[in-house]
Design a protein. Structure first.
Length: 398
């Protein structure tokens, strides 16, 4: 059983925290969410909403029901219990149908009417800005604030704090240079309740949104780049939460706080095309946690090849070493073709744009690379099989 105690706000110098004690089978942990003191009036201590969302998937995965001392918003509670939990449980053999016991609040909370989105300086993040910060966009949906939250994406412990500090500095620099109001937050939720961020990022992200639900009227949650055809609830504990964001984000959206799944109908290549023309992103695009980007990791290779496919590499000379890419183009193309042959969806989408740039040399080397990888994988599988048989024989003898 998880009991979420009444949330409280505490202040220390120029920071304010929303705190709640979380009792798990008699063991109490404190979860906090911290912002600059100017945002203290918007921290939602009246309800358990934020903590319920943040711990919901952890509770289901670990077999817990939830009791909330403070009320939960009527729409939010209904949508979680009537839609989200049953849908997830139906398609998983390990998730618990967590029962939620809480007072219900039918009233509306005061709201500052802010329109926000997260600023990670990644492709998905900049796509939101390119669309919603445009003076040609919908007037009532134009961004008023950007948010940078520390709820698990940077890792945990000292290493996570260091990553958070680096990414925060990039977000601060971008907002200062381009005139955006930045809402910074920190939290210990990822340390207190360890979860796979890939599997639970929507819950962690909406925890941060609801902690400040008296600030936000509208929030654009950048979609994760999954194609609509990828929607699935099957064994959700093993896959990224973005696969079913078309269910989870509407579940966490109410008449008082609208959460949009921005860009959900677009492929990553569609987003890259937009971001490539958004000038503020050119010097700040960050896909691997370095600046300039390393250019060699999985995310960097994919992004560079996408930019190459649409002939926009030179726009991002401040973010990538474009000269290195041009002088090592065969190396990149060999990996592109290998991934395409493995039916990687990102590379399948850009193949029509790059197929006429594939040389005979690249085809041969990509073929050899795939063959070597297949051979090594086969050797590894045979070794594992022999190890299993040996263990089975030892168990039988004992």
């Amino acid at each position: 059983m998880i009991t979420i105690r009444q949330p409280k706000v505490s202040n220390c110098q120029n920071k304010s925290r929303l705190n709640a004690e979380i009792d798990v089978d008699g063991v109490t942990k404190e979860v906090w969410f911290e912002v600059d003191a100017e945002y203290a009036p918007y921290l939602c201590y009246e309800r358990s909403d934020a903590f319920l969302i943040g711990l919901l998937y952890w509770a289901m995965l670990n077999g817990h029901d939830i009791v909330c001392e403070a009320p939960v918003g009527e729409e939010l509670l209904y949508q979680i219990t009537a839609d989200l939990i049953p849908a997830l449980v139906t398609h998983s053999s390990v998730l618990h149908p967590s029962k939620i016991t809480a007072p219900v609040d039918v009233d509306s909370l005061p709201n500052a009417g802010a329109v926000g989105t997260g600023i990670s300086c990644g492709v998905d993040s900049f796509h939101v800005l390119a669309k919603q910060a445009s003076p040609n966009g919908t007037k009532n949906l134009q961004l008023t604030h950007l948010a940078f939250n520390n709820v698990g994406s940077h890792g945990t412990g000292a290493k996570g704090q260091a990553a958070y500090a680096w990414h925060k500095s990039r977000a601060e620099a971008f907002c200062e240079q381009h005139g955006f109001k930045l809402v910074l937050s920190d939290s210990n939720i990822a340390d207190a309740f360890t979860q796979s961020f890939l599997v639970t990022h929507i819950y962690s992200g909406c925890f941060a949104i609801y902690a400040l639900q008296k600030l936000w009227r509208t929030y654009f949650y950048a979609s994760s780049g999954y194609d609509l055809n990828d929607f699935s609830l099957v064994n959700s504990e093993n896959f990224g939460a973005g696969r079913y964001e078309l269910l989870s984000l509407p579940t966490f959206s109410t008449h008082a706080l609208k959460i949009y799944c921005e860009g959900v109908a677009l492929t990553r290549l569609d987003k890259i095309r937009v971001v490539a023309e958004y000038e503020p992103a050119h010097a700040f695009l960050s896909v691997c946690g370095q600046h300039p980007n390393c250019g060699k990791c999985r995310k960097c290779k994919r992004t560079l090849l996408e930019l190459y496919a649409i002939d926009r590499l030179d726009n991002f000379r401040e973010s990538f070493d474009i000269d290195y890419f041009n002088s090592h183009k065969d190396w990149y193309m060999i990996r592109f073709l290998s991934k395409y042959w493995q039916r990687d969806p990102y590379y399948v989408r850009i193949y029509p744009l790059l197929k006429n740039r594939i040389t005979f040399k690249v085809r041969v080397l990509a073929f050899l690379r795939c063959g070597i990888h297949a051979m090594l994988k086969n050797i590894k599988n045979k070794r594992l099989e022999r190890a299993k048989k040996s263990c089975g024989a030892l168990v039988a003898k004992s």
